[in-house]
Design a protein around this ligand. Structure first.
Ligand code: CMP
Length: 207
């Protein structure tokens, strides 16, 4: 089975209750390798951007308010079949429906305050990981062919779509984006990557 990566978020409720250490231990014990990790207090716009797919749902406002209430811990986890494995380890969205021994069953309180988030597919994981982490913040080892293919197609897509909103932080062989498009950060890590990108700093297209 191929190695995959998933974005993992330990949500505000679990961090507030000091469950993060036990959760990280649980994930390592289940066989995940931590490839990146940081604690972040999400702004409203960052939370709204991350959960944009749920923007029309009735619980969207409540979800954003909850996710911005206090810090979260975001991680990149790697394992064989990581997407499905992680979903099995954290359990169903509603802790009341989650299997015994799963993280949401152990530490979640409700469908809204359910302790954890995880990516639902390899492609989603690529997008979610790049939303929170610059490439240089993630351990580069042991990438699967599936992952590499997903990452390259994601980069190609971003050249014309979201990456056009940044144009500096995302390595890409396409033509440089417009000055207006470059002025809008595309992720929380965009500003630092923008400053850190020597190719773009010289005013040429990134590679
Ligand atoms: P998550 O895996 O982070 O992805 C979307 C989140 O929306 C989900 O976990 C839940 O926390 C939240 N969510 C889903 N359904 C509801 C609901 N009916 N009421 C409140 N929050 C919900």
């Amino acid at each position: 089975m191929a190695k995959e990566r998933t974005l993992s978020i330990i949500k505000p409720d679990a961090v507030e209750k000091n469950h993060a250490g036990k959760i990280i231990d649980h994930l390592i014990g289940a066989g995940f390798a931590i490839k990146a990790m940081k604690q972040v207090h999400l702004s409203k716009s960052v939370a709204e951007g991350f959960y944009a797919v749920h923007a029309a749902r009735p619980f969207f406002g409540e979800l954003v308010e909850f996710m911005t209430r206090s810090p979260v811990i975001v991680m990149v986890l790697e394992a064989e079949n990581a997407i499905q494995k992680y979903r099995d380890v954290i359990g169903a969205t509603d802790p009341a429906q989650a299997a015994d021994g799963t993280i949401r069953k152990l530490y979640g309180a409700s469908k809204g305050e359910n302790a954890m988030h995880g990516s639902d597919a390899v492609e989603t994981a690529v997008a979610e990981i790049s939303y929170f982490f610059a490439g240089s913040e993630v351990q580069p080892k042991a990438l699967s062919p599936t992952w590499v293919a997903g990452e390259s197609s994601r980069r190609a897509a971003r050249c014309g779509v979201e990456s056009a909103a940044c144009g500096i932080c995302r390595p890409c062989s396409a033509a440089p984006r417009s000055a207006a498009a470059r002025s809008t950060p595309c992720s929380p890590t965009c500003a630092s990557r923008r400053r850190a990108c020597p190719t773009r700093a010289r005013g040429s297209p990134s590679t």
